[in-house]
Design a protein around this ligand. Structure first.
Ligand code: ZN
Length: 273
């Protein structure tokens, strides 16, 4: 066996941050989350064999993010997605984007929310944690007041979701693994900058009129997330490097597309699989 020298990691920037090459070289919160959902799907994405469909909800989320990134970024985003935003017959924006404008306005009219969004936008940091290099892109980081914040949209602030991870009812924050995201971000920042930054989520809802909140986290929540990562990261790295075969969830779009039946399942398995 030959010993391979460790290849130098690529330098990340806004253009290559979301590339397959960057995802191959670095772990990220969304990649970890994706591996936990379905290893087979995540490997197919990393191998360039499968692409997750771009939903309109994702596009609306990016539109709102761009609005707070700055005028230039917002204008560029609108230009690039003109066809998806504006109706063809020239009478305004599609309903989802009309709603997005209301959500943007709601936050812009609230000085407290706007303070929580002050700082440098879309900053990239990396750090080695749990034996693997992580990349993060922070929506907003305020070096003066040592906090960072992430803008999230949700249908309803108070809706309850069942969570297998937490084995209880949770809010949208846990349901979408945003606590894990904040936990990793603060640790990467601590490694990269040598200081503790406090995470916040600025949430705005799709209700009419939109609801809003700035959310903080009880510190004890982060330990659960670090334990959770520690439990699964070793297996994920082995799957990623091809050392072990990825598991199929048999539920996601990728698995449904590529499924071949070879056995029956007992009905009791249906709701616990
Ligand atoms: Zn799957």
């Amino acid at each position: 066996m030959t010993t391979k020298s460790k290849p130098k990691k690529m330098d990340l920037n806004k253009e290559n941050y979301h590339s397959i090459e960057a995802d191959k070289q670095y772990m990220s919160v969304s990649q970890f989350h994706s591996f936990r959902q379905c290893e087979a799907k995540t490997m197919a994405i990393l191998n360039g064999e499968y692409k997750e469909p771009e939903t309109n909800a994702l596009l609306v989320g990016s539109y709102i993010h761009a609005a707070f990134e700055g005028e230039e970024a917002f204008a560029k985003f609108i230009e690039e997605h003109n066809g998806a935003i504006f109706k063809t017959r020239g009478n305004g924006k599609y309903a989802d984007f009309e709603m997005a404008d209301k959500m943007i306005e709601t936050l812009k009219n609230d000085p407290f929310a706007m303070f929580a969004l002050t700082g440098e936008k879309e900053q990239i940091y990396t750090a080695n944690l749990w034996g693997v290099d992580w990349k993060i892109k922070v929506d907003n980081i305020n070096h003066q007041h040592k906090f960072f914040s992430d803008l999230k949209t949700t249908p309803d602030l108070h809706k309850r979701y069942w969570s297998d991870k937490y084995e209880t009812w949770v809010s949208f924050v846990e349901a979408w693994d945003y606590v894990l995201q904040m936990a990793v971000y603060r640790l990467v920042l601590q490694e990269a900058l040598g200081e503790k930054y406090t995470p916040y989520i600025v949430a705005v809802t799709k209700e009419n009129p939109p609801n809003k909140a700035v959310l903080h986290f009880d510190e004890s929540r982060f330990d659960f997330e670090y334990d959770y990562i520690e439990t699964f990261i070793e297996r994920i790295i082995k799957v990623k490097t091809g050392e072990i075969e990825p598991n199929r969830c048999e539920k996601c779009e990728y698995c449904r597309m590529t499924k071949k039946l070879n056995n029956t399942i007992e009905i009791g398995e249906l709701i616990y699989a």
